[in-house]
Design a protein around this ligand. Sequence first.
Ligand code: 5GP
Ligand code: ZN
Length: 114
Amino acid sequence: MNECIFCKIVQGEIPSKKIYEDDKVIAFHDINPEAPVHVLIIPKQHIESANELNEENSYLVAHIFMVIKKLAKEHGIDKEGYRIVNNCGEYGGQTVPHLHFHLFGGKSFGWPPL
Ligand code: 5GP
Ligand code: ZN
C-alpha cells in the first residue's frame, strides 16, 4: 500500500486546492504557504526525489517547468519574477519524498537561501 501523501493527493484520497492537472502532473496550493503565491507542482508518477531522475523520466521536469511558466502568468507573477525550488533529500530540506517543485511569488526573495 502506497503511503505517500502526494500520491494520495494525486489519487484524490487527500483533498487539495488543485489548480492544474494533465495526464503527467498536478499543481496545488501548498498547505502552509510561505509567500503570497506558493504552489507545488508534482509528477503523477511517484519519483522519490530529483536524485531518482533518469533518461526515461526526466522529460517530466521539462514539462513541469512549462506548467510553472503558465501558472506564473495566470497568477500575475511572471513580469516581476518568481522562485522555483526543489529540495532534494535530507540535507536539501525535503520533507515529502515525492518529487515536487515549489513555485513562490508575489514578493521579493533574498539570496542566498541558507
Ligand atoms: P519540501 O520541504 O519537501 O520541499 O516541501 C513539502 C511541502 O509540502 C511543504 O511546503 C508542506 O507545507 C507541503 N505539504 C505537506 N503536506 C501537504 C499536504 O497534505 N497538502 C498540501 N497542499 N501541502 C502539503
Ligand atoms: Zn508519491
